[in-house]
Structure formats: structure tokens, C-alpha cells
Design a protein around this ligand. Structure first.
Ligand code: PMP
Length: 436
């Protein structure tokens, strides 16, 4: 049972979608126009819903790319932000604030092992950049191994670790190696994770011997199209990497903070304990906030001389982060993600039985993927259809994301407060669209 919530939007007198997108298009990044034929002007968000300028309600089943964890404008998070904003909006280096310590301590309490020391950033990209820097400083080595089809960010280092060609822009990458994609649906070895992990060993033995700083991976690839790494992959890969002196980084930017329902962190499903965990997105519920958490021993490599950033650990953001954590606990959102996520996955699987176009349904909790194919046996990606279904579902009032190597996977990553009724609404909208 989730708390009662007022879903009525406030009156809106601002510009319309047409005024913003048609008349001022030349000022805007083309990527805004990538998904929908007519862009959506979201003027208000309430939990799992967004409203456009006409007061039309949309079910936000993409959750701002798995970011709006406890729901748009959750009152507890808003209250924490407002209260902190009135007191102190910025602190760094010379003066501290309790909010940063409160949140760092709370994060550590959610992590296994001796993962204790937090460094704060403003995004997932920055968190991964910092994790790579820490690993390089700690090991004295340079090379990074990531898993093909992964996404770790879009700055110089993370763009190298990101192992999907469409995000790379041919930027030169030195010392970055991409291990075989451990995808049970499209991979060679089905769900035998240990077999895929042998590729990590090959890279170490034949490519970068003695020079591996870190292995970085998502437990469930998000941008890559909701690909859960084959079971057994992470334990095997971690063992190989550690034997060669490298550190293991878990990128929990999407799969962390209760999203998968079964666990608080995605890596826990494979029973590993990373050396460094990175997080962002859902930890701030939409406020720019990222973090790197590692052990005190590893954290020592970042002395005061070697690392500062201006906004990391900003009190407004960390106050929001702490409020998010409290909401997840108070409203039992991890349990909700598990129960509703399992229900939604079952219903999507029933759709798969009905429509040949659906080749695969996968993921956990509130991190689900639906892959569209024009030929099930050959797994031929269905591209135009993917855009069409997304657009039609938007017209029916449901927003879903898309990704995957071929761009043919729906990404369903709603706020964790998604209900069974929401799940039904989404599946019915998809059913209706596919039946046309
Ligand atoms: N890691 C993962 C797993 C992500 O999904 C993303 C963003 N999609 C990032 C890192 C980068 O985060 P940000 O966009 O906040 O820089």
C-alpha cells in the first residue's frame, strides 16, 4: 500500500509545446527531437505521472532514464531541498555541512563489506571518471576493461569505457579493452557467465598483462538495452581481475538504489562485493548527484592535494539524497519494485506469447526490457516499429524509453512507486498499439 497522493496538476500559463519546440527549435539540441514526432512539453510531475500544458496526464514509465526513483516531486524530497536551500546552498573545501556526512554515512550503511568512504559528484559520468582515476592511482596501472554494450558516461575516460560504438564518436581510446558481451539473449554462451568471463582472462593474458587498473561493469546494462549479465559472470570476472592486481568497479548508476527490487544494488544478485561502487540518477530523484564509494584503504590515494570538485557533496543535493533513501525505506519501495516489477514482467511475457514482434522480455524489478524483432529465430532487430510503438504509446498517455545496441529495446524504468494498475495501463497500451 503506497500513501495516498494528490494527482491534480496546478494551473499552467506558460508557453505551449508548439511555441517552445516549433518556434524556438533552432536554439535546442537536436537530440530533443529524437524520440517523438511531436515533442512533449512536461510542465509538472507528480510521482509516476507527468502533465503537459493542457493538463494531459502521462504515465512516466521511463522515470527520466531511471532517475526519478521515488516519484516526480515527492513531497519529502521537495521539503528536504527547500529546507536546506533556505539555510545553506553551497559548501565546499573550507567549510563543511552535516548533510554531506549524513548522506555518506547512510550510503555506507546500505553497502556490504568495508565500502565506507564517499566522494560526491554531480553525475554518473563524473562518478565513473573518478572511479577510474582512483583505480589508476591505487594500482599504478593504466588499463581499463569494460563489457561490450555497456554505457559508463560521455566524458573522455568514460567514453572509452562505454563499449557501444554509437556513443564513441571515434574518440581515440588508449588502454581500454572491451570484454565479450555476457548477454544471455544474444551472446554465444547463453546464460553461462563463467564462459563469457574467460574473455576477460584472454584480454589480461594476451593484451595488457600486469597493467590492469580496473574492470568496470553494470550488473544490468541500461542504455545497452536492459541486459542482465549472465549469472556467474561477475564472480568469475572479479576473480580474474583481482588476481592480476586490478580493482573491480560496479557501476550502479541505473541498477542501484533498490531499482532491481530483489536487491538494493544490482551487483548483489551475483553475490560479489566490488572495490568501488559508483552511483547517480536515482540517488537524487532528479537532483544532480553522483557518488563514488570505496574502502578507506583505497580512498587514501585521493589526498587533499589530488582531488577537489566544486559542487560535489553540495548540501542541497546530499539533503535530497538522504530524503530519497528515507522515502525508499518508509514506503518500502524496494519491495514494491519487486512485487510490481514481477507482475509487470509476467504481463509483458504474456504479450510476448501473443505478438511475434516481441523477441525477448528481460530484467528485474523496475528495470525491464522488451526487445522487438522482425524474425524471432534470427533475432532481426525491429527498428522503425520501435519508434512507432513508442510514439503511439505516448499518444495513449504512456512514456517508455528505448535503447540497446540496435535501438530496438524498450526500456521500462519507472519510479519505484509504480503500481499494478500502472503496470496494467502500460501493458494494455502496448497491447492496443501492437494490435493495430
Ligand atoms: N553509467 C550508467 C550505467 C548510465 O546509465 C549512465 C547514464 N545513462 C551513466 C553512467 C552516466 O550518467 P550521467 O548521464 O549522469 O552522466
Amino acid at each position: 500500500e503506497l500513501p495516498a497522493f494528490d494527482y491534480t496538476p496546478q494551473p499552467y500559463a506558460g508557453p505551449s509545446a508548439d511555441e517552445i519546440f516549433a518556434k524556438r527549435r533552432e536554439y535546442l539540441s537536436p537530440s530533443i527531437f529524437h524520440f517523438y514526432k511531436t515533442p512533449l512539453n512536461a510542465v509538472e510531475g507528480k510521482r509516476q505521472y507527468l502533465f503537459d500544458e493542457k493538463g494531459r496526464r502521462y504515465l512516466d514509465a521511463f522515470g527520466g532514464i531511471a532517475t526519478v526513483s521515488c516519484g516526480h516531486c515527492h513531497p519529502d524530497v521537495v521539503a528536504a531541498i527547500v529546507e536546506q536551500t533556505k539555510r545553506l546552498q553551497h559548501s565546499t573545501v573550507l567549510y563543511l555541512n552535516h548533510a554531506i556526512a549524513d548522506f555518506a554515512e547512510a550510503l555506507s550503511s546500505k553497502l556490504p563489506g568495508n565500502l565506507k568512504v564517499a566522494f560526491f559528484t554531480n553525475s554518473g559520468t563524473e562518478a565513473n571518471e573518478l572511479a577510474i582515476l582512483i583505480a589508476r592511482l591505487y594500482t599504478g596501472s593504466h588499463d581499463i576493461i569494460s563489457v561490450r554494450n555497456s554505457y559508463h558516461g560521455n566524458a573522455a575516460g568514460t567514453m572509452g569505457a562505454t563499449a557501444q560504438s554509437i556513443w564513441k564518436y571515434n574518440v581515440a581510446q588508449s588502454g581500454v579493452h572491451h570484454a565479450m558481451n555476457a548477454d544471455p539473449y544474444r551472446g554465444l554462451f547463453g546464460s553461462d557467465g563463467e564462459k563469457y568471463a574467460r574473455d576477460v582472462k584472454e584480454i589480461i593474458n594476451f593484451g595488457t598483462t600486469g597493467n590492469v587498473a580496473a574492470f568496470i561493469s553494470e550488473a544490468i546494462q541500461g542504455v545497452g538495452g536492459i541486459v542482465e549479465l549472465a549469472p556467474g559472470y561477475l564472480p568469475a570476472a572479479y576473480k580474474i581481475v583481482r588476481k592480476s592486481g586490478g580493482l573491480c568497479i560496479a557501476d550502479e548508476v541505473q541498477s542501484g538504489f533498490a531499482r532491481t527490487g530483489s536487491h538494493f544494488w544490482g551487483f548483489e544478485a551475483q553475490g560479489v562485493v566490488p572495490d568501488i561502487v559508483t552511483m547517480a540518477k536515482g540517488i537524487g530523484n532528479g537532483i544532480p548527484l553522483g557518488a563514488v564509494v570505496t574502502t578507506p584503504e583505497i580512498a587514501k590515494v585521493l589526498t587533499r592535494r589530488s582531488y577537489f570538485n566544486t559542487f560535489g557533496g553540495n548540501p542541497v543535493c546530499t539533503a535530497a539524497g538522504l530524503a530519497v533513501l528515507k522515502v525508499i525505506e518508509k514506503e518500502k519501495l524496494q519491495e514494491n519494485a519487486f512485487v510490481v516489477g514481477s507482475y509487470l514482467k509476467d504481463r509483458l511475457n504474456a504479450l510476448k506469447d501473443k505478438y511475434e514482434l516481441i523477441g525477448d522480455v528481460r530484467g528485474r524489478g523496475m528495470m525491464l526490457g522488451v526487445e522487438l524483432v522482425t524474425d524471432r529465430e534470427l533475432k532481426t532487430p525491429a527498428q522503425d516499429e520501435t519508434f512507432h510503438v513508442m510514439d503511439q504509446m505516448k499518444e495513449l498517455g504512456v512514456l517508455i524509453g528505448k535503447g540497446g545496441y540496435y535501438g530496438n529495446v524498450f526500456r521500462i524504468t519507472p519510479p519505484l512507486c509504480f503500481t499494478k494498475e500502472d503496470a496494467d495501463f502500460l501493458v494494455d497500451a502496448m497491447d492496443y498499439t501492437l494490435s493495430r
